[in-house]
Design a binder for this molecule. Structure first.
Ligand code: NDP
Ligand code: GDR
Length: 334
């Protein structure tokens, strides 16, 4: 039974990856940091199957102790300060966690378990101000936030450990992926939560920033499969993981409100506070390499993703789904 060590197990991807690896028969050990209240909401259904150990990406000795003790076969570094706006407010913390945290973990693996296979959670935010369409593994990077810059450092340090020490370190350059477990502050989840509450008459408005930003949105459970497959390859390398389709925030709003029979234009208002000092206007990925080498394909398209998220938030709001307006039959022939 192989052992996987996952940092960021309490996050969206960590919970799906833990589920996936447990189903494959892995022993799964997750790293959690000390907080004043338990934040294992996304793991409640797995708590009797995963082992949780305490460590922090800011603390070298805790990481070394965990890797030494667990002796993992595979290490997935999913932990990060992952919210782009917070990285403008807390650029130093973001660098310490998202950039140097990866180095600390790589150092721990190099010292205590150098044969372990290592996955680094890289991001399409590294492309930022894009210079070519669609983006591939060869597209130049131009990050547009402290988060994107920190991820780029982590990406290159993983490449560096691969080249310098012969470690089996791979980075997945993952484009945005969402789910009902997405954090509440990210735009897709803000929309799906608000749509559910508006449909149920609990709210009227949703205040958003840049509606014209375009993203390549996929489904998180699809994306964790790609992480695992990267670590099963004989040779480590980096892969773009994306659907190849791009949609605007406005498109997401339109589809989400339409799913409950509403028009987004009646409910979405502009909130300048949601604008960023610099934004990423357009992302769309080309995952051809992953298709060929990993046999990876996304299974959920944009409209299905929107439906999954809105339906989950309707369920969460604890009410029956409202009946969608049907075409009137008055005056119909027959
Ligand atoms: P989340 O924000 O949901 O999860 C982040 C995780 O990191 C949480 O478990 C969090 O723990 C943990 N963490 C934060 N700081 C520390 C620390 N100092 N020490 C230990 N753990 C810490 O992110 P996602 O699941 O969405 O993303 C997973 C990874 O993939 C992240 O690195 C993200 O940047 C990257 N990524 C995500 C994409 C996406 O679209 N979702 C796309 C591309 C890359 P806690 O619960 O205690 O806060
Ligand atoms: P992103 O995701 O920055 O792409 O990073 P987010 O959902 O936060 O923003 C996407 C786009 O939507 C625009 N937007 C808003 N965003 C938020 N959060 N709230 C709003 O009210 C709002 N209105 C418009 C943003 O300006 C932006 O253009 C995510 C994270 O998961 C990263 O960790 C990951 O690396 C990248 O995806 C790939």
């Amino acid at each position: 039974m192989p052992t996987a060590l996952i940092t960021g197990i309490t996050g969206q991807d960590g919970s799906y990856l833990a589920e996936y690896l447990l189903d494959l028969g892995y022993r799964v050990v997750g790293v959690t940091r000390r907080t004043s209240s338990a934040i294992t909401d996304r793991l409640t259904h797995l708590l009797d199957r995963v082992e949780l150990v305490g460590a922090d990406l800011l603390d070298q000795s805790s990481l070394l102790a965990v890797v030494s003790c667990v002796q993992p076969d595979e290490v997935y570094n999913l932990a990060a300060q992952s919210f782009v706006p917070a990285s403008f407010q807390q650029p130093i913390l973001t660098g310490e966690t998202t950039a140097l945290g990866a180095t600390r973990l790589l150092e721990a693996v190099r010292m205590a378990r150098p044969d372990a296979r290592f996955y680094q959670a890289s991001s399409s935010e590294m492309f930022g101000h894009v210079t070519e369409m669609p983006q591939t593994e060869g597209t130049p990077f131009h990050p547009r936030s402290p988060y994107g810059v920190a991820k780029l450092y982590a990406h290159w340090i993983a490449v560096n450990y691969r080249e310098s020490y012969g470690m089996h370190a791979s980075s997945g350059i993952l484009f945005n992926h969402e789910s009902p477990r997405r954090g509440p502050e990210f735009v897709t989840r803000r929309i799906s939560t608000a749509v559910a509450r508006i449909a149920l008459g609990l709210e009227r408005e949703l205040a958003l920033g840049n509606l014209d930003a375009r993203r390549d949105w996929g489904y998180a459970p699809d994306y964790v499969r790609a992480m695992h497959r990267m670590l099963q390859q004989a040779e480590p390398r980096d892969y773009v993981i994306a659907t190849g389709a791009t949609h605007s925030v406005r498109d997401f709003c339109e589809a989400a409100f339409a799913h409950v029979g509403l028009d987004y234009a009646d409910h979405v208002v502009f909130d300048p506070a949601q604008l960023r000092p610099a934004d990423v206007d357009l992302l769309v990925g080309d995952a051809s390499l992953a298709r060929v080498e990993l046999g990876w394909e996304p299974t959920v398209d944009f409209l299905e993703l929107v439906r999954i998220m809105v339906d989950a938030d309707l369920d969460l709001a604890g009410a029956a789904r409202p009946v969608r307006p049907r075409p009137s039959t008055i005056g119909a022939a027959g």
